[in-house]
Design a protein around this ligand. Structure first.
Ligand code: GLU
Length: 418
């Protein structure tokens, strides 16, 4: 498995793990057992294109650890997907689920493709064939997928349908993030973004930041969009937004409804006339109270970390900040970091609620869901702050220590088989 260390995202996840394991003083054998992914599946996914040709895509599913329950994590459709990236994301899911107290190990999957270049029929064929190839490895008590970058409720519906056809009856609990009409949970679609907004508001209270908060969001997908909407609803001013097409800035605040209409029409924020265009890197370093990277990994590198001008760095994305950047942030105590495995955990927590509701065939109100989510996030934030203060470590290290410690303890107490 060490060959994966050539992948920069996997190397980054391992480096974070090693730092936290050192702080925890984890014995070497437990450290090795806790670190490496348990199962990695690679599948060839042949798809007949609309042109009649066949394209074979590479698909992956990595299950990081099985010690606390089924594995859980999203499915990513993006050109950059590879085994190393998926393995790193699976590892982060493990620490995230453990930090939240969910009875899951981490997983992640994906197909290396550009979903924007697939027709709807091709995307359905790809999803169904990928699911079919993974059937021996999936299960509502072994591994439960969910949406991630480039996938959505429709993709989850096709996965659920493919698996259910194989089983011979409807198995809604095989995936989360499904449409509500087939057993999805109320509030799941907005859960990650609303969780981010909730934690930003708690952090702003702690830091006694004056309102309105000025917020910059990198990424206007499911996470970035709902985080921005919820923050705006709670009184913040969204001054900058970027996506893969470009970036826009308006010191007086962006009209999100108008921007959403523009994005629906044009496919991205570029060309939005009610704000000024700005360079995609430059937007990260504009003055603001809250900077929310909500796109992909490794965008806050050391050079960017030295230049950002926010008070709260709220990591909506997984792995947006490199260990080198963390080194720079350690010298900048004025910036409060809401680390990814806390900040974006709202999605998987509500996925857990969806799974529980499906298993019980008993559904909750949106209020019950969000009350329970906010209780879990409040509790996790308090634990992180306490650990960070006790051990004099960053909020990231505190969060990782709590997550890793729980997984390692499950392995220790269960013992080594045989
Ligand atoms: N893909 C999301 C994440 O990275 C959600 C995973 C899930 O709901 O299982 O946390």
């Amino acid at each position: 498995m060490r060959f994966l260390l050539d992948n920069p995202t996997f190397a980054m996840a391992c480096r974070q793990f090693d730092q936290a394991a050192d702080l925890l003083d984890l014995p070497q054998d437990l450290r090795e057992r806790t670190k490496w992914p348990k199962r990695m599946v690679t599948v060839a996914v042949p798809v007949r294109r609309d042109s009649g040709e066949v394209t074979v895509f590479n698909g992956y599913r990595v299950q990081h650890h099985l010690s606390l329950g089924p594995t859980k994590g999203g499915i990513r459709y993006a050109p950059t997907v590879d085994l190393g990236e998926v393995s790193a994301l699976a590892m982060w899911m493990s620490w995230k689920c453990a930090l939240m107290g969910l009875p899951y190990g981490g997983a992640k999957g994906g197909v290396a493709c550009d979903p924007r270049e697939l027709s709807r029929r091709e995307c359905e064929a790809l999803t169904r064939r990928y699911t079919q190839e993974l059937i021996p490895f999936l299960g509502s008590h072994s591994d439960i997928p969910a949406p991630d970058l480039g996938t959505d409720e429709q993709v989850m519906a096709w996965m659920m349908d493919t698996y259910s056809n194989h089983a011979g009856y409807a198995v809604p609990e095989i995936v989360t993030g499904k449409p509500v009409s087939i057993g999805g949970s109320l509030g799941r679609r907005e859960a990650t973004g609303r969780g981010v907004a909730f934690l930003v508001n708690r952090a702003a209270e702690l830091l006694k930041l004056p309102s309105p908060l000025r917020v910059i969001v990198q990424g206007f997908g499911n996470v970035g969009c709902h985080a921005a909407l919820e923050l705006a609803r709670t009184g913040a001013s969204i001054v900058g937004i970027s996506d893969r097409t470009g970036a826009v800035y308006r010191a007086g605040g962006i009209d999100l409804a108008a921007l959403q209409r523009h994005v629906a029409r044009e496919g991205g924020v570029q060309g939005f006339s009610e704000a000024d265009p700005i360079d995609g890197e430059e937007i990260l370093v504009q003055p603001c109270d809250v900077l929310i990277p909500a796109a992909v990994e490794r965008v806050i590198r050391a050079d960017v970390a030295g230049r950002i001008r926010c008070r709260i760095l709220a990591e909506g994305a997984n792995g947006p900040t490199t260990p080198e950047a963390d080194g720079v942030l350690a010298e900048r105590p004025e910036i409060f970091v809401l680390p990814d495995i806390l900040c974006n955990a709202g999605g998987v927590v509500v996925s857990y609620f969806e799974w529980v509701q499906d298993l019980q065939s008993f559904f909750w109100s949106e209020k019950e869901i969000y009350d329970a989510l906010f209780r879990i996030l409040t509790d996790a934030l308090a634990k992180i702050l306490k650990r960070a203060e006790q051990r004099r470590v960053s909020t990231r290290m505190a969060a990782l220590m709590i997550g890793i410690e729980r997984v390692a303890e499950a392995k220790r107490i269960r013992g080594l088989f045989p």
